[in-house]
Design a binder for this molecule. Structure first.
Ligand code: ADP
Ligand code: MG
Length: 360
């Protein structure tokens, strides 16, 4: 990306080791200005550590961090143009909402009229006009999280780091806040680095997602690419339900060696006597329905193929098809799929791209 403006954040060779634990290992990463960037991964994969290193709460074991065109690796947190919002939003219980939001500006000795104006503006941005005089205990969880966000936004940082900020909210509120947070980010144009272990949350909100495991990025891509072209079995399994065909099963059903993924919604289930014939475009495989899971809008059927793999099939409940699906429990069926819907794993799209094993 030489030639374009500097990325908002640029990390090279970043590592953080705690004794034997490689919390973060050899990370290279560029996050663009104004991007909604997510770090997605299981618990313990190093996401929080990366945020803490970017914020400057801890020194790295190795590597450099640049914000814009400045190397901030050795700078104190207050000397970096970033703000952090945590899950356990540390808002002051004895202060009003307005005082909480103003706090950072007071510390920076911003004059009162300006402070007031900017705090009210930040409260409007997070849709909390009219709540300025309330105390935190008079707010819902979602409102408290907005106060925490306003408190960070009021400083107008270039970059906002968010560590599972919606983790404490119930599912309905979390979904609402996901949409709002994305809108707010678009409005203010600040670079958001958003940490979550929730794949749906990451897919909903992000411009790009880095999938973490064991302190390393497994894949960095747009939501669509991650879902449609997972680079590894780990990513395929962490982002969506993965149906894997490998070993002998791949040989038999795909006709090649390798590991392949097919997404549940790409599979079609037929009665034993109603299946299409296999041809160059379509693959078919007989099996037995082992489980049927009703999910409201859709139903998942788990099918054990005679060839050996177990695949999940998703179908939309557009009519009362759940009855038909339930009747198929333990019945023999045939699955079909378009061969071009199979994704081969572990094959770089460009043969020039070095494989992970070849890195230094
Ligand atoms: P995540 O946020 O993805 O859940 P973390 O970045 O918190 O993961 O942790 C990554 C790894 O580093 C974990 O194995 C964790 O136990 C370890 N770790 C994090 N902070 C410390 C610390 N202060 N001391 C020792 N080990 C730590
Ligand atoms: Mg964490």
């Amino acid at each position: 990306m030489v030639g374009a403006g500097s990325p908002a954040i640029s990390v090279r060779g970043l590592s953080k080791h705690y004794d034997q634990v490689r919390a973060v290992h050899g990370l290279d990463l560029d996050i663009e200005d104004g991007e909604f960037f997510s770090m997605l991964g299981p618990s313990g994969s190093g996401k929080t550590t990366v945020l803490r290193l970017i914020a400057g709460f801890e020194p790295p074991t190795a590597g450099t961090i640049r914000l814009g065109d400045e190397d901030v690796t050795d700078r104190a947190p207050y000397d970096r143009d970033v703000n952090t919002v945590f899950q356990d939003y540390a808002i002051f219980p004895h202060m009003s909402v307005l005082q909480n939001v103003e706090y950072g500006l007071r510390v920076k000795r911003v004059a009162k009229p300006e402070r007031r104006r900017r705090a009210e503006e930040a409260l409007a941005t997070v849709r909390l006009e009219g709540y300025a005089a309330r105390r935190p205990h008079q707010l819902s969880g979602g409102q408290r999280q907005r106060v925490a966000l306003a408190r960070a936004l009021v400083n107008r940082p270039k970059v906002l780091l968010l560590d599972e900020p919606l983790g404490a909210l119930d599912l309905k509120l979390r979904r609402e806040m996901q949409v709002e947070l994305k809108e707010i980010q678009r409005e203010v144009g600040i670079t958001f680095v958003f940490v979550t272990h929730d794949q749906e949350e990451a897919l909903t909100m992000s411009d790009r997602i880095a999938v973490f495991n064991d302190g390393r990025i497994q894949q960095l891509a747009t939501p669509v690419e991650l879902y449609e072209q997972p680079a590894s079995a780990f990513v395929a399994g962490f982002v969506g339900t993965s149906n894997l065909l490998d070993g002998q099963v791949a040989k038999e059903l795909v006709g090649e060696d390798g590991t392949f993924v097919i997404r549940p919604e790409k599979l079609v289930m037929h009665a034993e006597d109603g299946a299409p014939a296999a041809d160059g475009n379509t693959a078919v495989a007989p099996g037995v329905v082992r489980e049927v899971v009703y999910l409201g809008a859709s139903t998942h059927s788990v099918v054990e193929l005679d060839a050996g793999a177990t695949l999940t099939v998703a179908h939309q409940n557009t009519d009362r098809s759940i009855d038909a699906a339930l009747e198929r429990r333990q019945q023999r069926v045939v699955l079909s799929w378009r061969r071009d819907h199979l994704v081969a794993l572990g094959r770089a799209p460009d043969p020039e791209t070095p494989s992970p094993e070849e890195e230094s």
